[in-house]
Design a protein around this ligand. Structure first.
Ligand SMILES: Cc1cc2nc3c(=O)[nH]c(=O)nc-3n(C[C@H](O)[C@H](O)[C@H](O)COP(=O)(O)OP(=O)(O)OC[C@H]3O[C@@H](n4cnc5c(N)ncnc54)[C@H](O)[C@@H]3O)c2cc1C
Ligand code: SF4
Length: 324
């Protein structure tokens, strides 16, 4: 049985206090919300920390405003997937939350933790003993990439189901620092880097997500994984579509699990504008969307097949969004 390492558990009462603690402790500490991703990784010694800063004080409410909706970062995935307002107005968003992992993990896992979840790789998400035997890689304890040995960077895969949908919706994320808060588009939260994948400061706490007024936007999220539950995505497509009659006026398509960050297929989204959502346009857009996706041999199932399946998930997501 894998055991957690010893660590100090700190219990701040506010996000500001948590950010100050994290700023003082630097890389010796990490935040923990639901712990659904962090605890297994600590057991596998993928992080070395002396202290965990608990975020269980974070509020867990969906604030329904006149136009926009604010979701507290402490909201569980289970609540996000069943909340009546989110289901009615941002269907793809609550759909994505309901497709994460399994019911027990959705009961504990949070929206904030999902946005910050670590990138994944078959050579990294392994026990310490496995990694030691195979040879460590540059994401932890080593200096080469085992997937692409001639590469100077890590290609671990962004595997959040919710981040692509939040980006497609044009959502903003609020971060609390030691002295002030700031807000940025969710898309700006990520870097194309398997190791340094978050563009926020390590001491900043995600406190909420602001979803803009829906204005008739139709959304859908389609996820591909080996099993119908538990598994991370191996390809996924989030679509946010707006129409005037039957003509598309705006379209954002964001892919999950095919790069080190949620990958917006901007060219495919632009292609849809001015068109009707029919078989021809959907197939052409899906073909364009699949081009920037470059899955490598570091996730479940073959990477050539995963690349081909990007087209399929985009087609399905476009059709599902249009059918709403
Ligand atoms: C078997 C298994 C299957 C899974 N399947 C999926 C899946 O299909 N899709 C998917 O998206 N995820 C999946 N996950 C990952 C995880 O369960 C979810 O992403 C979950 O939403 C993480 O939220 P959490 O609150 O538990 O985060 P934690 O585990 O507590 O934290 C995750 C990371 O985020 C940081 N963090 C947490 N909250 C904040 C915050 N508010 N501000 C700043 N940093 C923060 C932590 O420091 C840590 O680095 C799976 C995990 C497991 C173990
Ligand atoms: S992509 Fe390469 S460097 Fe990154 S975790 Fe995998 S093996 Fe390690």
């Amino acid at each position: 049985m894998l055991r957690l390492p010893r660590f100090k558990y700190l219990r701040p009462k506010t996000a500001r206090e948590a950010a100050r603690m994290a700023s003082d402790l630097g890389p010796r500490a990490m935040f923990v919300a639901g712990g659904t991703d962090l605890f297994p990784k600590l057991k596998r010694r993928q992080f070395d920390v002396e202290a965990l800063i608990g975020l269980d004080f974070l509020p867990r409410t969906v604030h329904r405003g006149e136009d926009e909706t604010v979701v507290d970062a402490g909201l569980t995935l289970a609540s996000a997937s069943t909340d009546k307002h989110l289901r009615a107005v941002y269907a793809g968003y609550s759909e994505a939350a309901g497709l994460v992992s399994s019911p027990p993990l959705r009961n504990a896992g949070t929206i904030g933790g999902n946005l910050c979840v670590d990138t994944r790789c078959n050579y990294y998400d392994m026990t310490y003993e496995w990694r030691k035997a195979a040879g460590f890689c540059m994401k932890k304890d080593g200096d080469i990439c085992l997937v692409a040995p001639s590469s100077s960077r890590c290609w671990a895969v962004s595997s959040s189901d919710i981040a692509p949908m939040a980006i497609a919706l044009g959502a903003l994320v609020t971060l609390a620092g030691p002295d002030a808060d700031r807000e940025l588009p969710v898309a700006a939260l990520y870097r194309d880097d398997g190791i340094d994948y978050l563009a926020k400061q390590p001491f900043e706490v995600v406190t909420s997500l602001r979803l803009p007024a829906p204005d008739g936007t139709k959304t859908a999220y389609v996820k591909l994984r080996r099993r119908g539950s538990i598994d991370f995505p191996i390809a996924g497509a989030a679509v946010a579509l707006r129409l005037d009659g039957s003509t598309v006026t705006s379209c954002r398509i964001v892919l999950s699990a095919v790069a080190s960050h949620p990958l917006e297929a901007a060219e495919a989204g632009e292609f849809m504008i001015g068109k009707e959502v029919d078989e021809e346009s959907v197939m052409a857009a899906a073909e364009i969307a699949a081009k920037p996706a470059k899955p490598l041999d570091n996730a479940d199932l073959g990477h050539f097949w995963r690349k081909r399946m990007v087209r399929v998930v985009v087609e399905q997501a476009l059709q599902r969004a249009n059918d709403q």
